[in-house]
Design a protein around this ligand. Structure first.
Ligand SMILES: [Zn+2]
Ligand SMILES: [Zn+2]
Length: 362
């Protein structure tokens, strides 16, 4: 063989040995990475590393439609050291765990309305909050009238399971008095109503305002102010002057949206495939959601600093479809626009104008 061939054979032999060593050691390397990840995450309050400010954990950015990247509507709120939630759709509670949300300090849940997609993760959340925080009192759940019936039903549904937990782990770990939730209705005056304060304590103010989502009545949106930072959360609605008024000059407006052309494509496909009932539902939902353009109009009129879409209909399987979803929204709202996905952490440090975004799912 020529010297060049000897070199090639030698290189191949070295590569083969290296590959064999890698194959043998790979399980060990992966195991070490797992051990490191466990040590860095289990029992660690990752929220302590965040700056003082207002932080929104986007634990669910989808709608009732199946979406691989989006659980049902769910937002965790960290305001200074105070911890809340707005809505808790299916799958949201598990996303919160992956995001390092301080579930053990959860004070209260605010529901925007009683459509199932906004509260079908509530039973799981109440259980997780009870266990994580060794709660000694049930979790308060605020929402439109009827919230008591929802929470009482979930308390009954999980009662048997709670008995198993107490028997297995002991009352010190899962105090029986802290099991479940307490539904606390928020009752607003009928008719056009300005935002009402539902919680005011030091640097923190949470306000509620009615939004149009007929036949779901009442339906609410929420505004949260902490120190000099603010966010507003639309819930489900059509374009709403009440939301615009309540969201004046917020740093970030979180707004739902339904894209009509994309939804009509789904309706046409359902009809073509012999599913008239599905087609009717896809037709019906057009009349009680805002379009991306209408959401942009609301953000513009409110003077919002940034617009983040959530509860996006239909599912958007790839960010490459965001332009199709958004249409002319960027012509209507001049500020920055984001189409959110689960795991997004939106941070607004106090004493600054910054809105920082990062993916917090690990
Ligand atoms: Zn919804
Ligand atoms: Zn709804």
């Amino acid at each position: 063989m020529t010297p060049l061939k000897w070199i090639l054979v030698g290189l191949l032999a070295v590569a083969a040995v290296a590959f064999a060593v890698f194959q043998v050691t790979r399980p060990l390397i992966v195991q070490r990475a797992f051990e490191r990840a466990v040590a860095e995450n289990v029992g660690v309050d990752r929220s302590l590393a965040l700056p003082d400010g207002l932080h929104v954990y986007m634990c669910g950015t989808g709608s009732p439609m199946a979406d691989a990247d989006r659980a049902g509507p769910c937002m965790g709120i960290l305001a200074g050291e105070r911890v809340f939630m707005v809505d808790i759709g299916s799958g949201g509670a598990r996303k919160l765990g992956r995001m390092g949300f301080p579930m053990d300090r959860l004070e209260r849940v605010f529901l925007t309305h009683l459509h199932s997609d906004h509260m079908d993760g509530l039973g799981e959340l109440m259980l997780q909050a009870w266990v994580a925080g060794a709660r000694t009192e049930p979790l308060p759940i605020s929402g439109p009238p009827g919230v008591e019936e929802v929470v009482n039903g979930l308390n009954a549904a999980y009662r048997i399971d709670s008995g198993y937990r107490i028997a297995h782990h002991g009352p010190e770990v899962v105090p029986p008095s802290g099991y479940g939730g307490t539904g606390e209705p928020i009752i607003l005056p009928i008719g056009p109503t300005p935002a009402q304060v539902v919680l005011e304590d030091g640097d923190l103010t949470i306000s509620v305002f009615p939004v149009p989502h007929a036949p779901v009545e009442p339906a609410y949106g929420y505004r949260i102010d902490y120190k000099d930072r603010s966010v507003s959360i639309s819930g489900d609605l059509i374009y709403s002057p009440a939301l615009v008024a309540a969201s004046a000059n917020v740093d970030v407006l979180f707004h739902e949206a339904l894209q009509p052309e994309m939804t009509n494509l789904m309706r046409d496909a359902a009809l073509a495939n012999g599913r008239p009932g599905v087609a009717k539902i896809l037709e019906d939902i057009l009349d009680y959601h805002a379009t991306p353009g209408e959401a942009a109009r609301a953000a513009s009129e409110a003077g919002a600093g940034k617009l983040i879409y959530y509860h996006t209909i239909p599912p958007i399987p790839t960010p490459a479809l965001n332009p199709m979803f958004l249409g002319d929204a960027a012509d209507v709202f001049a500020g920055p626009i984001t189409v959110s996905r689960d795991g997004l952490l939106v941070s607004l440090p106090a004493g600054s104008d910054e809105v920082e975004m990062s993916m917090a799912i690990r």
